[in-house]
Write a protein that binds this ligand. Structure first.
Ligand code: C5P
Length: 222
């Protein structure tokens, strides 16, 4: 079998990372969660008490971050200066600020370079917002994974229910919509469905159906 590069883009809460993880495991591919990298930078900015709106200060922080990623069997771990911050990057505070951090050109250049280097081994699946358009424009398979905002908010709600991150369905919906709007309208590599991407709308599909469909699309290519 040929080892290809798979790009999965789409709005917040579409299930990109949980689906990519399973697809990667099935294919024995390397999975790279690029959103986790933007979240890690955001975590560091908040941890250092920098102004999120201060682009210069945020970009100046990058060289000292020592951002490293460790894809494991079941998770994608993220480290800043040797500290495992994987458990902190899904918090609401990060959700609220990550799209601002991700709109900065210097941040994107820094992370895109790393993503491309990590992906150069082949047999990879990357998920994010600009994978098909910027990070891997030559990916053999590009998927735009989406679902209605109601379906996406409901999935996220069920995920965080009973955890310390618990939030009302309405709040999650608002937060998801705000993030989508920022990601789609920013100047630097906004979220778009590129022309050669296959649209997968999972609003009425189960998790397993979505995984199976994507695996089917991959097998057509390899
Ligand atoms: O995918 P996830 O929800 O973890 O991404 C968090 C945020 O990181 C997105 O809302 C977006 O602002 C940013 N992001 C990005 N480009 C990527 C991946 C994520 O701008 N490739």
């Amino acid at each position: 079998h040929k080892k290809i590069a798979i790009a999965i883009d789409g709005p917040a809460g579409a299930g990109k990372s949980s689906i990519s993880k399973v697809v990667a495991k099935e294919l024995q591919y390397l999975y790279i969660d690029t959103g986790a990298m933007y979240r890690a930078v955001t975590w560091a900015v908040l941890h250092e008490h920098l102004e999120v709106s201060n682009q210069k200060a945020v970009e100046a922080l990058l060289p000292s971050l020592d951002l490293t990623m460790e894809p494991t069997d079941t998770a994608f771990k993220v480290f800043v200066r040797g500290e495992d911050i994987t458990d902190y990057i899904r918090q609401q505070k990060i959700n609220e600020n990550v799209s601002t951090i991700a709109s900065y050109k210097g941040v994107r250049q820094y992370l895109v370079e790393r993503q491309q280097a990590m992906a150069s081994v082949g047999g990879v699946i990357l998920d994010g917002r600009d994978i098909g358009s910027v990070v891997l424009p030559n990916a053999e398979l590009k998927i735009y994974l989406t679902a209605s905002v109601e379906a996406r908010a409901m999935r996220r709600y069920l995920e965080v229910k009973g955890t310390t991150n618990e939030q009302s369905l309405e709040d999650i919906k608002i937060s998801v919509m705000q993030r989508d709007k920022m990601d789609k309208t920013r100047q630097e590599s906004p979220l778009i469905q590129v022309e050669d991407a296959i649209l997968v709308d999972s609003s009425n599909m189960t998790f397993d159906e979505t995984v199976d469909y994507i695996l089917h699309l991959v097998r057509e290519q390899i």
